[in-house]
Design a protein. Structure first.
Length: 380
């Protein structure tokens, strides 16, 4: 099985410096260096497509452009690339969301993937008119996904739930193919929803031992539901010809972190209700010291950015080795990004992916998959 790699569309702006923000904190000024125009995002998308990435994640929140509209526009400038659209179930009805996904599939040639984001910050949710608490939001997400999946199956749906109610809901045309659901969350209620509905469970880039614990947790919950999800990880990446060059780039980014900005972002993120965000904060503790928390895993991004806060840093060979390490745990999909996103896509795509291809772990999506190795009978 070939590993799957996705890239990232920076709909909050891009820069040669880290664009901070997210999880209820505003985007930093560096996001204005390269505004998220359709032209620039399409340039990134075309590069990702050419290099062999399967899809591209687009974030959701008040700090970035709308993911549905942006990807619909960018899709017209690409041919194969899929779009991992992040969206929040509480902001749109399940029937409308199912219809939107079906329409996207038809007009894009089946290139929609859905990253379901329940929303970990109540103050940001309230700005959109959503006043449920965090656990209630996850229970609503479960009801939402149940309705959407039944509609995609061509069923007529009647449901009176704790938070959602639909009567005689149906789609005139179902999506083909049905979009896969990507889902993350570290709380107990998030795990229950993931076990029932996720095709791919996503975790942020924690050290391998912590990732292994999460995989075992979700596998156990999903097995009880008779399901077997795949697993993915969200990471930044700084890959260079040599380890020294990669770490020099990481230190350059770190030197660009204004201390006042770090304090402000950390204070904002400390108020997060997200258990995943708390786990990210614990990796660096707000300090610039000891940021390499596992070989080639750097927690520096999380000093100024909410959400995914770790990066793989090293030579192309070292980054490939770390990817193999995560794959050995059960990770098959990697959602990556880097600053700036256009240049870093090339560093990874031209430096790391060929090494993984040589090891039989990856092949370009537009290429014919390699034939399985012939089985030689044992004669000893």
């Amino acid at each position: 099985m070939s590993l799957t790699f996705h890239w990232f569309l920076p709909t909050n702006g891009d820069s040669r410096h880290v664009v901070g923000g997210g999880h209820g904190t505003p985007a930093t000024a560096s996001g204005r260096d390269r505004p998220p125009t359709v032209a620039y995002l399409s340039q990134i998308a075309r590069a990702a497509e050419d290099l062999g990435f399967v899809g591209a994640l687009t974030p959701t929140g008040a700090w970035c452009e709308d993911a549905w509209l942006t990807t619909a526009m960018v899709s017209r400038h690409t041919e194969r690339l899929k779009f991992l659209v992040a969206f929040r179930p509480g902001f749109v009805s399940p029937t409308l969301a199912a219809q939107m996904a079906s329409t996207f599939q038809r007009h894009s040639g089946g290139r929609l993937l859905l990253n379901v984001v329940t929303g970990g910050e109540s103050h940001e949710q309230r700005a959109y008119g959503d006043f449920l608490d965090k656990d209630a939001r996850y229970r609503r997400t479960g009801e939402f996904l149940r309705i959407v999946r039944e509609l995609w199956d061509g069923k007529s749906v009647d449901l009176t739930g704790e938070h959602l109610r639909v009567e005689d809901a149906r789609l005139t045309r179902v999506p083909d193919p049905v979009p896969e659901i990507y889902f993350g969350g570290s709380s107990p209620v998030a795990g229950e929803v993931a076990a029932r509905h996720a095709d791919v469970y996503l975790t942020w880039g924690e050290p391998p031992s912590q990732v292994a614990e999460k995989i075992a947790w979700i596998r156990g919950l999903a097995a009880a539901q008779g399901r077997t999800p795949r697993f993915g990880i969200r990471l930044h990446v700084i890959a260079r010809d040599t380890s020294e060059q990669a770490w020099a780039e990481a230190h350059r980014l770190l030197d660009g972190f204004d201390p006042a900005t770090v304090r402000s972002v950390q204070e904002g993120l400390a108020r997060s209700e997200s258990q995943g965000q708390r786990r990210m904060l614990a990796l660096h503790g707000g300090s610039r010291d000891a940021l390499e928390i596992h070989p080639n895993l750097w927690a520096g991004i999380g000093l100024v950015r909410g959400g995914a806060g770790t990066a793989l840093v090293g030579s192309h060979e070292e980054v490939a080795e770390r990817i193999e390490e995560y794959h050995a745990l059960g990770i098959d999909e990697f959602v990556l990004s880097g600053y700036p996103h256009l240049e870093e896509a090339y560093w990874f795509g031209e430096g790391v992916l060929p090494l993984l291809a040589a090891r039989g772990l990856w092949h370009h999506p537009s290429a014919t998959p390699p034939a399985p190795a012939a089985q030689v009978p044992f004669t000893g």
